[in-house]
Design a protein around this ligand. Structure first.
Ligand code: NCD
Length: 302
């Protein structure tokens, strides 16, 4: 049996057993029934990039386990004064037990984890990884489907810039799902295997949706386009999830979105609020899964 992970940097370093253990623990977690298992532990939330959902849910998760938190925004801390990532990490290490970190550069949490001793939990790094989102997405799917084995999971939108797409793809294919990506050419990687093993690219949205069990919609990441021009009308015409397109998926297909969702762009209001949409459930599940992640990494005897 593999040891408990020391840090959570990317899905690739977890085996299926560790993933299923975290998901099973998340099933027993409920922020409405707080625990005290991490009482006395201090967790720093070090955010170099904006976040609403991820930061709040890590914070609620930590507090629901009895830990205390300190939120550090890059704009307010001495990071602005030019302190290096290494110095910030070393300073935090002497006063906290773990760091939850979001950074615009891919690989920043991995770098920091090599420089300091305390666990690092990656809350999103550049275009690379967002492992807690991958875990909460899998958890949400498992609330509706018996297993991921054999499911057709279609992700549509800005795949190229999406750390969510990468972490989801690694996790879903580890658990046996068929992962299909769809989007405009400029928002797709050159080859599917650049993203994760076993992923297919289907360029036509109608074809991609056919027989899907899960439809995951992604936002066009305007902040990462770097001059790339996206014609919004054309995007909507070819890639927006409408009620009639959703009918191509299986009858019991669920619709997901990691947020923030731009209504009227990725999907219509009608789809966003339909019975098949589990977008709000993803948010609550985010807290449960992050409780399980923190408990796994910080819990038990040390
Ligand atoms: C995603 C992110 O930040 O990578 N959002 C999230 O964590 N809920 C996706 C996005 O920003 O579009």
């Amino acid at each position: 049996m593999k040891a408990k992970p020391r840090s959570l940097l990317a899905i690739e370093s977890l085996d299926s057993r560790q993933i299923l253990d975290i998901l099973a623990l998340a099933r027993r977690m409920n922020p409405a029934r707080p625990r005290t298992t991490l009482r006395g532990r201090r967790i720093a939330l070090l955010f170099y990039e904006n976040s609403t959902r991820t930061r709040t849910s890590f914070e609620i998760a930590a507090k629901s386990l009895g830990a205390s938190t300190v939120v550090i925004h890059a704009t307010t801390a001495s990071i602005e004064k030019g302190e290096s990532l290494k110095d910030t990490g070393r300073t935090l290490q002497s006063i906290v037990d773990a760091i939850v970190m979001r950074h615009p550069s891919s690989g920043a949490p991995m770098l920091l984890s090599r420089l300091i001793e305390i666990p690092i939990i990656n809350a999103g790094d550049g275009m690379h990884a967002h492992p807690s989102q991958g875990l909460l997405d899998a958890f949400t799917i498992l609330n509706h489907k018996k297993s991921l084995k054999g499911l057709k999971i279609v992700t549509i939108g800005d795949i190229f810039h999406s750390r969510v797409a990468r972490s989801d793809a690694h996790l879903f294919s580890k658990l046996g799902a068929r992962v299909v990506f769809c989007g405009p050419d400029v928002l797709l990687p050159n080859t599917a295997t650049e993203l994760a093993p076993g992923v297919e690219i289907v360029r036509d949205m109608e074809t991609a949706l056919k027989g899907a069990d899960v439809v995951m919609m992604l936002r066009v990441q305007q902040e990462r386009l770097q001059g790339m021009q996206i014609n919004v009308d054309e995007y909507i015409r070819r890639y927006q999830l409408t009620a009639s397109r959703l009918k191509l998926a299986k009858k019991d297909a669920i619709v997901m979105h990691p947020g923030p969702m731009i209504r009227g762009m990725e999907m219509t209001d009608e789809v966003a609020d339909c019975k098949q949409s589990v977008v709000l459930e993803q948010v609550l599940n985010g807290v449960k899964v992050r409780m399980a992640i923190l408990q796994t990494i910080l819990g038990g005897r040390r």
